[in-house]
Every structure is written in structure tokens, then in C-alpha cells.
Write a protein that binds this ligand. Structure first.
Ligand SMILES: Cc1cc2nc3c(=O)[nH]c(=O)nc-3n(C[C@H](O)[C@H](O)[C@H](O)COP(=O)(O)OP(=O)(O)OC[C@H]3O[C@@H](n4cnc5c(N)ncnc54)[C@H](O)[C@@H]3O)c2cc1C
Length: 410
């Protein structure tokens, strides 16, 4: 007898989630063994946890154990070089971002937040004491960490942030609000970017610096933002800070101005380009598998000329995305990646991923809107990565300034 699904239950009528390892141009054929080993760990993790992700996404739940598992598997290192961390090359880190997002965008964003943003801030700017206490613990997922730059009134213009850090005796007193902060209510630590009031320090007075704030500190209040239609299985927090007191040495000593926050964001933009590739790969592979299984007018969809044209369009986009990512990783390994090159890869790849997802969604017909076939979920998740780490327009302004020499932000 036919199984009738109950509301909320997912029943896959078509098998569209198998990994096909699409690589038409052999872009990843020569991935070195060490990098491939890291990639394989990411693949094995996704294969294991993907069945659990469906329910989490449906219910809007963030399972902190999964964030810890990613650390146990050493998947947060994000190409960072530090004595306290095991090393993953930029290529291995990119492949992790791609593979995890190919499976599930919420997990991909956990990697971006914990590794790309928070761990990177600590590694680049933390004191020896901060690093010895937190660096390895964050890398291993034992402490969950957040990067709090965006504010309710300052997103693209986060350079104008208003959160204040005032020095009073031996303590910093933080006041302000932050929005969209991944891991900001997970019970770990938050790297808070704030504007300093310290008349005794001419160098930093009025400048933006970062502060390490344990989330249990009195006055810190992080609430998950509810009602998201994207990345539903990770929580972003709305944070308020009223008279949050942290010791004088809670400042990350390597931070001196807003430029340091930008340095972190430049580095993580390449990770977003890889994540977009992961989402697009999942959508293309689902559309290809579906078009081979779904029969209309007496033959599989894949046998129609227009369907083949659309599959070709998707493969074309996907291959360009792969080439961007691979070359970007090679440039980064050689120490030659410029920030605006990462911007261009993010700009290209999240836009292309949106197009691929839209075509894939359409090729799956009505089944394309069913979450069980995942394309719709990827489509929704791509919307968030298209916006975070700098929107499409902000990337265009960064690239535009680079190629014309004229800033057009304001
Ligand atoms: C799911 C998610 C996770 C996030 N995680 C984090 C996090 O962990 N930590 C953190 O600090 N932040 C995080 N962010 C914040 C993210 O970086 C911001 O959402 C992003 O920078 C855009 O800011 P905004 O949403 O305020 O949009 P706005 O800045 O209000 O932009 C709205 C629109 O106006 C356009 N626009 C703005 N300025 C210009 C201009 N000068 N010229 C032309 N167009 C312009 C934008 O491109 C956009 O289309 C996250 C956001 C999301 C959605």
C-alpha cells in the first residue's frame, strides 16, 4: 500500500542526493593526498550526519554537538598558519567549505563562523594568553566562538559601528547591540568589535578594536533570531550588551582599527565562494539525477533537447565556479591572493549559485519545491551566503574601487 506521508515527514520519491563528483575540467584531479585526506573527512562527516539535518532544518534547531564534531574532525583550521593549530592548506580548507555546504548550508556556515571568522581573529590578533586558553579549544570545537561585527543599524556600513568599549580602571565596559551573529548565543565566547573610548591612549581612542567576551558575562544577552527561511539549522543571535565588564587584557592586542576586521572578512570571502560552489554542485547533481529518472511524454527528461541545454548551462556555471576556486586557492598558497580577487570570486560564485539553483528547481518541476529533494533548501540557504561577508553590491564597490581608483561607497 502506498505510504502517505504525515505533515513534516520527508519521503524521497526520487534518488537525487548521491554525490556524483562532477569535475568536467578535472579541476580537482590533482589534489595532493594530504588535502584529499581532509576532504575525505568532510565527505564522511556529511554522509553520516545528513539524514539528521533534515529534521533540524525543518524545526529550526541548532545541534551544538554537530559544531563540536566538526572540531573533533579538525575541519575548522581554514588554511590558518599558527603553532597552536594543525595545518590545512587553502585548497583543503576550500574543499571542506565546498563539501560541507554541498551537504548542508547551516553546517557550512558553522565552519565559516567558528573557523573562518572567530578562529582566524584569535590566530591573527590574539595575545599569547588568549591563544593558549582558547585557540586550540576553538579549533577543536570544545569552545564555540562567534564574531560580532554587524549591528542592527550597521550592516554594509559596519565601519560606522556604534558599540562602545570604555576603559574604566582595569576593566573595559561594553555597551551596544549586534545582529546576525552566528554562535552568538551558543554559550561560548564572542569576539566583539567595538569603538574604543580611552583618552589615555591617543593611538586607539575612537578606533575599532576586538574584545574577547565570554557569553556568560553579566550584561551580555544573546537571543537566537527566529523565523529565518534560510540556514535554519544554525542560530544567529541578536546580542545586546549593557555594561558588560571584561578585564583590560580582554582586548585582542593585534587589533588597532577597523582595517583588522576587514582583514578577517577578506580572508573568509574565499570560503564563501567555495560554499557557493558546494550548493551549486548539489543543485546541478540533483537536477541531472532527476532528469534521468523522471519520465514525461514516454521518455526521461534528460532525453529532451531543451533539458540538455539547461543541464549544459548549469555545468558551464559550475565549471567556472570550480576554476575560480581552484585558482584562488593556488594564489593563496603562493601568498599572492589580493583581497579584491577573493571579492570577485565571491561575487561570481554566489550569483552563479543562485542561477544554478533556480534552473535546478525548475527542472525538478513541482518536486523541486519539496524539501525532501534538497534543491529548495539549497536555494534558500544560498540567499544568506549571497548576503553575508559583504553583499553583491559591496563586492562590486570593492572591485570597482580597485579597477577605477575611485571609491563609490558613499
Ligand atoms: C545568515 C547570516 C549570517 C550572518 N553572520 C554574521 C556573523 O556571524 N557576524 C557578523 O558580524 N555579521 C553576520 N552577518 C551580517 C552580514 O554580514 C550582513 O547582513 C551584511 O553585511 C549586509 O548587511 P545588512 O544585512 O545590514 O544589509 P544592508 O547593509 O542594509 O544592505 C541592504 C541592501 O542595500 C545594498 N547597499 C548597501 N549599501 C550600499 C551602497 N553603498 N551602494 C549600493 N548598495 C548598497 C546592499 O547591497 C543590500 O542589497 C550575517 C548575516 C546573515 C544574513
Amino acid at each position: 500500500m502506498e505510504h502517505i506521508p504525515v505533515p513534516g515527514e520527508r519521503v524521497a520519491g526520487y534518488d537525487v542526493s548521491d554525490r556524483l563528483d562532477t569535475d568536467y575540467y578535472a579541476v580537482f584531479a590533482d589534489v595532493p593526498a594530504a588535502d584529499r585526506a581532509v576532504w575525505d573527512r568532510a565527505k564522511a562527516f556529511i554522509d553520516e550526519v545528513l539524514p539528521r539535518m533534515d529534521g533540524l532544518w525543518d524545526r529550526g534547531e541548532y545541534d551544538l554537538d554537530l559544531a563540536r564534531r566538526l572540531g573533533e574532525l579538525d575541519l575548522y583550521n581554514d588554511g590558518l598558519v599558527d603553532d597552536g593549530l594543525s595545518y590545512s592548506s587553502p585548497l583543503a580548507a576550500g574543499l571542506v567549505n565546498m563539501e560541507i555546504s554541498r551537504g548542508d548550508g547551516s553546517l557550512g556556515t558553522i565552519v565559516a563562523v567558528q573557523g573562518g571568522l572567530a578562529l582566524r581573529s584569535l590566530a591573527l590578533f590574539g595575545s599569547e594568553t588568549q591563544k593558549s586558553r582558547y585557540l586550540r579549544a576553538v579549533a577543536r570545537g570544545q569552545v564555540l566562538a562567534a564574531f560580532a561585527l554587524t549591528e542592527p543599524d550597521h550592516g554594509s556600513d559596519s565601519v560606522s559601528l556604534e558599540t562602545e568599549a570604555r576603559l574604566e580602571g582595569d576593566e573595559w565596559v561594553l555597551n551596544g547591540a549586534k545582529k546576525w551573529i552566528g554562535n552568538g548565543s551558543s554559550g561560548g565566547i564572542t569576539i566583539v568589535w567595538a569603538r574604543v573610548t580611552d583618552p589615555s591612549d591617543q593611538e586607539h581612542d575612537g578606533k575599532v578594536r576586538a574584545f574577547l567576551v565570554p557569553q556568560e558575562t553579566p550584561g551580555y544577552n544573546g537571543r537566537p533570531i527566529l523565523g529565518k527561511a534560510s540556514l535554519r539549522a544554525i542560530h544567529q543571535a541578536h546580542i545586546t550588551m549593557s555594561d558588560v565588564r571584561v578585564p583590560r587584557d580582554a582586548v585582542l592586542p593585534g587589533t588597532h582599527s577597523f582595517k583588522d576586521a576587514s582583514t578577517v572578512l577578506y580572508s573568509t570571502r574565499s570560503g564563501v565562494a567555495w560554499s557557493a560552489l558546494g550548493h551549486a554542485t548539489a543543485c546541478y547533481e540533483a537536477a541531472l539525477a532527476y532528469s534521468q529518472q523522471r519520465v514525461q511524454f514516454g521518455k526521461p527528461l534528460a532525453a529532451f533537447q531543451m533539458v540538455q541545454e539547461r543541464l549544459t548551462q548549469m555545468l558551464d556555471e559550475l565549471t567556472a565556479m570550480q576554476l575560480y576556486c581552484r585558482h584562488m586557492a593556488d594564489l593563496e598558497t603562493a601568498g599572492e591572493l589580493r583581497p579584491t580577487q577573493a571579492s570577485l570570486a565571491k561575487y561570481h560564485n554566489t550569483r552563479a549559485a543562485r542561477r544554478v539553483a533556480a534552473v535546478a528547481r525548475d527542472l525538478l518541476g513541482g518536486n523541486g519545491i519539496l524539501l525532501e529533494n534538497r534543491v529548495m533548501q539549497h536555494m534558500a540557504d544560498i540567499e544568506a551566503i549571497h548576503t553575508y561577508e559583504g553583499t553583491e553590491s559591496v563586492q562590486a564597490l570593492l572591485i570597482g574601487r580597485d579597477i577605477t581608483g575611485v571609491g563609490a561607497f558613499a
